[in-house]
Design a protein around this ligand. Sequence first.
Ligand code: FES
Length: 149
Amino acid sequence: MRKGAGFPRVGHAERDMDRRGFIKKGLSRLFYIFGGAILAYPALSFMTFKKSRTEKIIFHPDEQQSVLNFKEGVCLVRKGSEAYAFSMRCTHLGCMLNYGAVSQRFQCPCHGSVFDRWGKWISGPAKKDLLRVPFATEKNKDIVVTLDI
Ligand code: FES
């Protein structure tokens, strides 16, 4: 029997066309898959729950000397025997606040909410006081603030 009998002969040109067609089809399918993924991502990420992460911020004793102590987006207040901590994220949409040493107020750079030095809301769209965050005092007098991010 002759080698290749029973199979149609395919020339180089036809084989190239098949290869080109295969690559074109493959690329167009990849385009649709990636395009669909890009369009679906916002909807899927909105529907899925984000895992919360906990961050610990440590105020060492030498970082607790002032009435207001700032570190990594947290303000630790020491008023006599009273101590508390609050997040420096705006209660409107979460922008990081700036503290004005002269005005002694926290100001939001995004939409202009203003809070007093104790974290109480004064004006702007936020409407709520700054969020207090839990903390614990260690044996070595470190204050450890726990933030849920
Ligand atoms: S995020 Fe601060 S006022 Fe809107």
